[in-house]
Design a protein. Sequence first.
Length: 367
Amino acid sequence: MRRLLRLPPAAVLAAACSSTPPPDPTITVAAASSWPEADALFHRGSPRFLGADAAYSIDLHDGRILWLFGDTFVARSAANLRSQSELVRNTVAIQDGPDPLTASFTPYWRTDTEPSPASFFPETTTAAGDRWYWPGHGVRFPDNGTIPGPLVIFLSILRATPGEGLGFAGDGWRVAIVDDPSIEPSFWQIRYVDPPALPVDAVVGTAVSRESGDVIALAASDDGAHATYLARFPVEDLARGDLSTMSLSEAPLFDEGATEASVHFAPALQRWISVASRGFGATTLAVRAAPDIDGPWSGPLDVFTPPESTGPEPFVYAGKAHPELFAGGALAITYATNSFDFNDLFTPEGQRDLYWPRFVRVTLEAR
C-alpha cells in the first residue's frame, strides 16, 4: 500500500486546476542563434567518446562542471568508429572552466570484466529482468569548511520490455550520492537511496535547482502528457540522503511538460525559467516563466527552432539550459540530435553530425 507524502502548505500549489489556461509569458526573445563554436567542447576530450544524448550539467562549485549523458557511444578499438563501439547506458564528463570555447572536457565510463566500456552508473539484472539508469539532473552542495559538499544526482530507472512498445519502460527513480565529488569521477564512491512512494506516478529530478533552504526538483508524470509537479527537499536532509521529508505539490505546475528540462532563477529577469524541447521529432526549444517557483507558470514560448527540425525525418529532443556556463551574456541551451533510422548514426556523416549535443545562445528580456 502506497503512503501519501506529507504535504506542508509551502508545497501545496494555489494555482488553478489544469483546465485553466496558463498566463501568457512575461518574457520575450531578444536574440537566438546556433552556437557551433561551443559544439566542439564535446569533441575535445577522449576520441573514444563518440556521441551521447541527455546532456545535463551541474556546477560543482570548484571551477568544474559535471556533465551527465544518457546512451553513449564509446569506442572499443583505436579506429574510434561507432560501428566498433559499445552503446553504454550512461556516462559522465568533467568540464574544467565555465567557457565551453576554452574549457577542457574529460569523459568517464566504467570498464567491465571483458574488458569493454560499461555504464558509469551500472545496470542490474534480476529475476524481473534488466534495469538501467538514465540520468536526470542534480545538485552539488558547497563545501562545509574542511568537509567536501556532497553531490546528489537524480536517476531514472528503466526496465527492458522485449517485444513490447519501444523495448523499455519507466520503472521509477532513485538518488545517487557522492560524498566527495572533488576527486576524479573514476574514484567516486557512490551510494544509492530509494525514495518513498509518491501519490502520483512521476519521475523526480527532470530538473533541479535551489530555492531558499530547499532543493527543488521538477517531477514529470510518467505518461504521454508529462504533467509536471514540484518536489521539495530540505537541504540538510537531502545532503545526507534522507528523502523522507520530501514534499510534492498537490497539483501540477503545468501540463504538457517534458521528461528532460531545466529550471533556474534568472536574476536579471527576476523570473524562474524552465527550458525544454516542445513537440516530438521536429521540435522547438521553448521557455516557460514564473515569478515564483510555485507559479503561476506561463505557457511555453518558442525561442528557437533547431535547424535539424526542418530536415527529413527529424528527431530532435532533450532541450535544457545551462546557466552556469559562460555564454557572453546569453543563456546557453543544448538539445540532442538523432535519427529514427538507427543505421544513420553509423555512416561517416551520421557519426559527424548526429547524436551529439548542439549548443544555442538565447537572450531573454522581461516585458
